[in-house]
Write a protein of this length. Structure first.
Length: 622
């Protein structure tokens, strides 16, 4: 078994694609981890903003989360309509592009791509950060741990769609089960105590009130809490990952993910208020997450606490998988529409879009390295990208139903219209509240990405115009080309190249770069070994060009000779035959100078349509 097979599994044939599709059980961890994990940091993000209010801030969390849940329900209904209307994958880009136009579609795509990169980087760093807070000795190893987890998730996703879903089943369902048990226990204690439960372990004391309650503070808290809605679009964008009937399984998966998230958000907010649990200062001594305080207050710090917090850490770190599931698919669609390099649309050995996975991992790794594995201040960008995509998608769906009609079109227009207005207002609120803390970056990055997409499309259009041909084969001027053979010395490679040249043209130039001391010897060798057999066979004699290079330059003299030959023969093609060693192991190439590859690159970038490069490999045996 090769190393590639061991790491990524055996290559899959095209007919294996159906077996790689998933159902609800694997679809939830594959496309829902980001949304489910947001329950662990969404309410805490809002409570952190309300920290200056002390106990008064805890009382405000319930209505704020209630608004977020209502908004989540509206978005849920909207995306159920999207899945129905676009059964092949109705991400924000597809919907906005088809119904609103090219630029709105590209804005949605740029927002989603940025969001997916942040999902990976911030999700992994949040999981490792929570692990380090539980085991402080790991603090110096935060960045290596982040990169290790990133590498493992990348390998799992390169192994295939099915493997990426099944690999995360256990931590996902353990997290859901533990959270529902904790919330059920907490609800029971609250009801039995008449709304005043006694915590098994007292939560961290809240600071005294340092400010008064204001609309601005509530708006900021709401904007932070909206991070609990990131990842909601993943299912509609990944409908093609489900087995048939894909729409049925996608809608069911979305329903379970959103329903579970609603229950967790509502339960966390209610129990936080009942047990008087608030946020603690992030990054300061004595920091405890809201979830850790809540679980300890309900169950103590026994086995249930360990399981819940452990599964939470795993889900936070693995929530990056949502980005890995959708980023490559979106890149594939953009590549199909010529807005990204076509390589993004090619499937790898395991029927996944490997280039997209590798690019996503690379960008996320760069972010982790730049910020040392601590990316908390990137979180404000989450909600901006998500809600911009929500708004464009739902606005596009309104126009979709208006143009295409169909059964219940008016009802669907109303649902998507309410969704568009709600998410649009929320987007404005988030931009205003988070502009100074990082949201302004999106106003720079998104136009730059849209410009990049348009530049790629423009390049492909120019290429298509130049290579397009609508006439029959031109059979005029089929003169054999002038052949140039650069070689360093007489060996089997030069022998093979010269024999091939003699088959295709009578006009051959064999070129050697030499010092003055070697010139006489090389001419004598040429006459005896090459020229004499050619004369005896009655073949056209090749020209032997010996170019002296006193400064040991190789490529400069060769390029000058080839370009001069081109100028002297404007109506002839110049075929340059390059001999190269072909090794059977990639690492053997490190032992050779690769002059042939360098010369080929120089000819590609310094030549024109008149120059043709022909590779003649010599296969080595080991």
């Amino acid at each position: 078994m090769s190393v590639l097979d061991l790491l990524f599994g055996r290559p899959l044939a095209n007919e294996d694609e159906e077996h790689q599709r998933v159902g609800v059980v694997a679809g939830i961890p594959m496309l829902g981890l980001d949304a489910l994990a947001s329950a662990a940091y969404g309410p805490e993000a809002a409570l952190t903003i309300l920290l200056p209010l002390g106990l008064l801030g805890i009382n405000a969390i319930t209505p704020l989360v209630a608004i977020i849940i209502v908004l989540l329900g509206i978005v849920f209904l909207s995306y159920r309509q999207t899945i129905t209307a676009y059964p092949n994958g109705g991400g924000s880009y597809t919907v906005a592009h088809e119904n609103l136009g090219v630029i709105p579609g590209l804005i949605a795509a740029a927002a989603l791509l940025l969001d997916y990169i942040l999902v990976v980087a911030v999700g992994i760093s949040a999981g490792v950060g929570a692990l380090v807070s539980a085991i402080p000795k790991l603090q110096p190893y935060m960045l290596p741990l982040c990169l290790l987890i990133l590498g493992l998730i990348t390998i799992v996703n390169l192994r295939g769609v099915r493997e990426s879903g099944l690999a995360f089943v256990i931590p996902t369902y353990l997290f859901i089960a533990c959270m529902l048990i904790i919330l059920a226990m907490g609800a029971y204690f609250v009801i039995m105590s008449g709304g005043k439960p006694i915590a098994k372990i007292a939560p961290a004391p809240q600071p005294s009130t340092m400010t008064t309650l204001s609309w601005w503070l509530l708006i900021q808290a709401f904007a932070s809490g909206c991070t609990a809605m990131t990842g909601v679009e993943a299912v509609s964008n990944g409908v093609s990952a489900f087995r048939q009937p894909a729409t049925h399984y996608a809608r069911r998966t979305l329903t379970i993910i959103i329903g579970t998230l609603m229950v967790m958000l509502a339960g966390i907010a209610w129990l936080a208020k009942s047990y008087q649990i608030g946020a603690t200062e992030p990054g300061k001594a004595g920091y405890q997450s809201v979830l850790s305080q809540l679980v300890a207050a309900v169950s103590g710090q026994g086995i249930l606490y360990t399981l819940t917090i452990g599964s939470t850490l795993a889900v936070l770190a693995l929530s990056a998988n949502t980005g890995f599931a959708d980023f490559p698919r979106l890149c594939r669609i953009l590549a199909h529409d010529h807005f990204l390099p076509h390589a993004f649309a090619s499937r790898g050995r395991r029927l996944v879009y490997s280039i997209g996975i590798i690019v996503l991992a690379s960008f996320a790794g760069i972010i982790l390295i730049i910020f040392g594995g601590i990316t908390d201040h990137l979180i404000p960008l989450f909600a901006v990208g998500a809600f911009l995509a929500f708004t464009l998608s739902q606005t596009g769906m309104v126009l979709h139903w208006f143009k295409h009609g169909g059964l219940n079109a008016r009802r669907n227009m109303l649902i998507n219209g309410v969704g568009a207005v709600s998410t649009g207002i929320t987007l404005i609120v988030i931009l205003v509240a988070k502009f100074a803390t990082g949201a302004w970056i999106t106003l720079v990055i998104l136009p730059a990405l849209v410009g990049l997409f348009l530049a790629v499309r423009r390049h492909y259009q120019q290429v298509a115009q130049q290579v397009q041909l609508n006439i029959a084969l031109d059979t005029s001027n089929l003169t054999a080309p002038i052949v140039v053979i650069p070689f360093g010395g007489w060996n089997k490679m030069a022998h093979k190249a010269l024999r091939f040249a003699l088959k295709i043209s009578p006009d051959i130039y064999a070129v050697q770069i030499s010092t003055a001391e070697e010139a006489a010897t090389k001419r004598e060798q040429w006459e005896q070994i090459v020229l004499k057999p050619i004369q005896e066979a009655g073949l056209a004699q090749p020209h032997f060009e010996l170019i002296e290079s006193p400064y040991r330059q190789l490529f400069g003299p060769l390029m000058r000779f080839i370009l001069d030959l081109r100028e002297a023969n404007p109506n002839r093609q110049i075929a340059v035959i390059i001999s190269e060693l072909a090794e059977n192991r990639w690492y053997y190439y490190l032992l050779h100078k690769q002059r042939g590859m360098v010369l080929k690159a120089r000819l590609f970038f310094g030549g024109n349509a008149q120059i043709i490069v022909i590779n003649v490999p010599w296969y080595l045996e080991h």
